[in-house]
Write a protein that binds this ligand. Structure first.
Ligand SMILES: C[S@@+](CC[C@H](N)C(=O)[O-])C[C@H]1O[C@@H](n2cnc3c(N)ncnc32)[C@H](O)[C@@H]1O
Length: 255
């Protein structure tokens, strides 16, 4: 029996687990570019999962770790001109975050984890929200905690706030790179509204404005924060068979 156990342990140690990574984004995301730019010798199997992360995207209890990076501040819809802008955006953020957590709780195995980072603010001012015409809400860390606790599917293992990565060094702002990032994130949303034929001109204007206002950008955007959280899926009260040994990840990816 002991001999059998030690052979089993040695065999297990030798077997590298297989990782299955599901990359998620909205259906109009350019998944081809994602697959073309993945490292050729990656030690995992990759698949693309199109659709909103506010809905269930993977089969029940098929996921071990869900990782969402820099995406949960995107709301599921653009709000109208509500009188109480701050309240309306926060209410939508609560509903969307709750839908995200419920969907992940369905997909995760018991004890599985959710790791996310979200663009946040330390204090939310109405002026800051009013200046956004996009479906975005930048929560405080207390608001993130409150929504996770209300959802009841997860325990919070760790939560903290870090400053914007570009604050870590004193390198000057790279305008061209910043504009390329902003275009990659916003182009899909903006071309629906303004028309794809206007995109080059619009982002050219954006770059010129950023050149003129680089000091403002440095003071506002580069002072922003990220909230990081690690959540553990609570017991589901039922036995769910795991069909394979691989560890699945759910990652949002922008082209
Ligand atoms: C700022 S990018 C982050 C990309 C990547 N995770 C990273 O860290 O570089 C945010 C991405 O979230 C995607 N996104 C926004 N709302 C989404 C939703 N409801 N479901 C899936 N993806 C969404 C956007 O299309 C965009 O590609």
């Amino acid at each position: 029996m002991l001999k059998y156990q030690s052979t089993l342990e040695t065999n297990l140690q030798k077997t590298t687990p297989e990782f299955h990574v599901s990359f998620n984004d909205q259906v109009d995301n350019d998944f081809n570019t994602l697959f073309k730019t993945l490292p050729p010798n990656r030690p995992y199997f990759a698949v693309g999962v199109p659709g909103s992360f506010h809905c269930q995207l993977l089969p029940e209890a098929s996921l071990h770790i869900a990782h969402s990076s820099y995406a949960l501040h995107w709301l599921s819809k653009v709000l109208g001109n509500e009188k109480e802008v701050t309240k309306a955006y926060f209410a939508q953020f609560k509903a969307d975050m709750d839908a995200f957590l419920k969907a992940r709780a369905q997909e995760l195995v018991e004890g599985g984890s959710v790791l996310f980072d979200i663009h946040g603010v330390i204090v939310i001012t109405e002026e800051k929200l009013d200046s956004f015409n996009l479906a975005l809400y930048l929560p405080s860390i207390e608001e993130v905690k409150m929504v996770v606790e209300m959802n009841k599917c997860f325990t919070i293992e760790k939560i903290c706030t870090l400053s914007h990565p570009s604050n870590y060094d004193s390198r000057p702002l790279d305008i061209e790179r910043t504009c390329a990032d902003i275009r990659a994130i916003n182009e899909n949303l903006m071309q629906d509204h303004f028309g794809s034929e206007n995109m080059d001109q619009l982002f050219h204007l954006w770059e010129q404005n950023l050149q003129k206002n680089r000091l403002l950008y440095d003071k506002v955007v580069r002072q922003d924060v990220y909230h990081f959280a690690l959540l553990k899926c609570k017991g589901k009260g039922k036995y769910l068979a795991q069909s394979h040994k691989s560890i699945c990840g759910l990652e949002t990816w922008g082209h």
